[in-house]
Design a protein around this ligand. Structure first.
Ligand SMILES: NC(=O)c1ccc[n+]([C@@H]2O[C@H](COP(=O)([O-])OP(=O)(O)OC[C@H]3O[C@@H](n4cnc5c(N)ncnc54)[C@H](OP(=O)(O)O)[C@@H]3O)[C@@H](O)[C@H]2O)c1
Length: 267
């Protein structure tokens, strides 16, 4: 990628993206900068990871052609009012949930390219999903660089910003839904006498395998994949019937809609 990537805020998500950029070789630590109000923990990480130093947010922006805004949503306006004018000519990527492109544009120099993304938690292990939307004027070179940054921690999908609340309710909140489903399966397995450790491994690996199979066979419908596991008169059919009696499908309709509505209310 070549350009220096600067992180405004170096918390959990920024550290994950930064590690992915280093591991993938797209931007090794020595081509990254970070600033954070938590100076002591940042200094430790800087020593360990070996990225260059920025005295403060203003200097970080001055030195970084690509700036990732990675503070909490309620901190974004404050940070941008401090550095907004220095953003002219920069590629500015915000990961802050619920902060729209229009809000970012209000606080950032108009000659900046602004991209908004929603990564998700598995970015921590390079298995994330990132939704990406940009201002219409953003050129292809900047868009490609923004996609590259997040491809270092998983898959990137261009999604119209008008679908961000809905998308966030799926991929942003999704890991929590699956953790809950996995926890329920582990408890059910333990109830039947399977030891905790083994139950967790069986469930997590089965979940991973099902996801990987769905990704590897995009031409096969999910219902067809399910049918492949369901023999007539067999065990899976009984399990699936119990899940449907409990209203699993309509529960997911309600859950995703509720999360999306909450996203709209918050933004
Ligand atoms: N975690 C997720 O799964 C996830 C998923 C998608 C999107 N996001 C978005 O990612 C962003 C960061 O989330 P996170 O979980 O990484 O948060 P985090 O761990 O709290 O990281 C934010 C960091 O920025 C620092 N900071 C606050 N004000 C600052 C300032 N003025 N200048 C420089 N640094 C400042 C914070 O310090 P203090 O702690 O001292 O305030 C903190 O170290 C959020 O906007 C969130 O919406 C997170």
């Amino acid at each position: 990628m070549g350009a220096i990537v600067g992180f405004l805020g170096y918390g959990r998500m920024a550290q994950a993206i930064s590690e992915g950029l280093d591991k993938s070789g797209l931007a090794p630590y020595k081509r990254q900068l970070a600033s954070d109000v938590a100076k002591a923990s940042l200094a430790k990480l800087r020593e360990k990871r070996g990225f260059a130093e920025a005295r403060d947010n203003v200097q970080l922006v001055a030195k970084s052609p690509i700036v990732v805004i990675a503070v909490k949503p309620h901190q974004v306006r404050g940070v941008l009012s401090e550095v907004g004018d220095g953003m002219a000519g920069k590629l500015v990527i915000s990961i802050a949930a619920g902060v729209t492109l229009a809000t970012l544009a209000d606080h950032v120099h108009q000659e900046a390219s602004i991209v908004r993304v929603i990564p998700n938690l598995p970015a921590l292990i390079g298995e994330g999903v990132t939704l990406l939307a940009a201002q219409p004027k953003t050129d292809e070179h900047d868009l490609e660089n923004a996609r590259k940054v997040f491809s270092a921690v998983g898959e990137v999908y261009d999604v119209p910003e008008s679908l961000f609340n809905e998308g966030t309710a799926v991929s942003g909140s999704g890991p929590a839904y699956f953790f809950l489903v996995m926890e329920a399966m582990v408890r059910a397995a333990v109830r039947l006498g399977i030891p905790w450790d083994l139950a967790r491994k069986l469930v997590a690996k089965t979940c991973q395998g099902a996801g990987a199979t769905a990704m590897a066979r995009p031409g096969i419908g999910l219902a067809e994949l399910r049918d492949q596991v369901t023999s007539p008169g067999g065990t899976t059919a009984e399990g699936l019937l119990a899940l449907e009696r409990g209203g699993l499908t309509s529960l997911f309709h309600d859950a995703v809609k509720a999360a999306s509505d909450r996203g709209k209310a918050l933004s």
